[in-house]
Design a binder for this molecule. Structure first.
Ligand SMILES: NC(=O)c1ccc[n+]([C@@H]2O[C@H](COP(=O)([O-])OP(=O)(O)OC[C@H]3O[C@@H](n4cnc5c(N)ncnc54)[C@H](OP(=O)(O)O)[C@@H]3O)[C@@H](O)[C@H]2O)c1
Length: 244
């Protein structure tokens, strides 16, 4: 496979860190956006410096400085954005519209992967409030990308194991429950804060409605295991051993 110059935006985040690592491991020339806004966040800085040590290039740029984003994307062929879409941390999916503007102006980017990595928002037009914001905002970003004629790949990752396996898909925790598990119903549960309501709506679609499996993948898309047959998968019972 050909090597590319890849810029990761959001590189110190949960999935961003793993994408930087994977890009370096695949031998791509890897760039990571270093935002001045991280300020005194020593953990983020240390992560960025460790990327640099592993051969990545750090590029300074800010979502508050359009020119800096244009200059950053001008240096690469591929832009991968892993902007936060997680409601209990920070949720900034629409900020990507600024990145889309920068990519459009720069005009050189051969492929943009926006921050998707979840359920396919195009299949979630019927989603429940308030969780539908996740899908609606990702669709706004898709529309902007497509209107700007930017070549794109949307990665539909469904459920990350780190969030859904260890906890046996229980809301509000990441480790295995020891005494009881809840079986989910119709999502009409009271008493959650906003992040909880978003989460329980998604759980309704995943576990009650079966939105991850009740369709054919269809034209213009590929099943990832066919694209990357060399990837070795971890069985659930092996994965669970990290929690013992
Ligand atoms: N399928 C699943 O189970 C699942 C689970 C979790 C997430 N996701 C999806 O994966 C994607 C990434 O989520 P994540 O959990 O990796 O995100 P995250 O760790 O919460 O945040 C990722 C990055 O977003 C950037 N960011 C956050 N607020 C910002 C702001 N105000 N201005 C500029 N940058 C900001 C930061 O970049 P810096 O590195 O520059 O600081 C941060 O490191 C989302 O689309 C989310 O929906 C899917």
């Amino acid at each position: 496979m050909g090597k590319s110059k890849v810029l990761v935006v959001g590189g110190t985040g949960y999935i961003g860190r793993r994408i930087v690592k994977a890009s370096l491991a695949e031998g791509h020339e890897t760039y990571v956006l270093q935002r001045p806004e991280i300020g005194l966040d020593i953990d983020k800085l240390q992560i960025l410096l460790s990327f640099k040590k592993q051969g990545a290039h750090l590029i300074e740029g800010s979502f508050n400085d359009h020119k800096s984003l244009v200059d950053a994307v001008k240096q690469v062929d591929v832009v991968i954005c892993t902007m936060s879409g997680v409601h209990f941390r920070s949720h900034n999916i629409l900020l990507q519209l600024k990145l889309v503007e920068a990519i459009k102006e720069a005009g050189n980017v051969k492929r943009f992967l926006p921050s998707e990595f979840g359920m396919d928002p195009a299949r979630m037009g019927h989603a429940l409030e308030p969780g539908r914001v996740t899908f609606d905002e990702k669709m706004v970003v898709r529309k902007a990308i497509e209107e700007a004629n930017i070549p794109f790949t949307y990665v539909i990752a469904n459920c990350f194991a780190g969030y859904f396996v260890g906890n046996l898909s229980q809301l509000g925790r990441l480790t295995p429950p020891k005494d009881k598990v809840y079986l989910y119903g119709d999502g009409n549960v009271k008493g959650f804060d906003l992040a909880g309501q978003v989460g329980v709506g998604h759980f309704y679609h995943i576990f009650y409605e079966g939105c991850l499996t009740n369709f054919e993948i269809g034209e213009g898309s590929e099943e990832a295991s066919k694209l990357y047959p060399q990837v070795e998968y971890t069985r659930m019972d092996d994965y669970m051993k990290i929690y013992v």
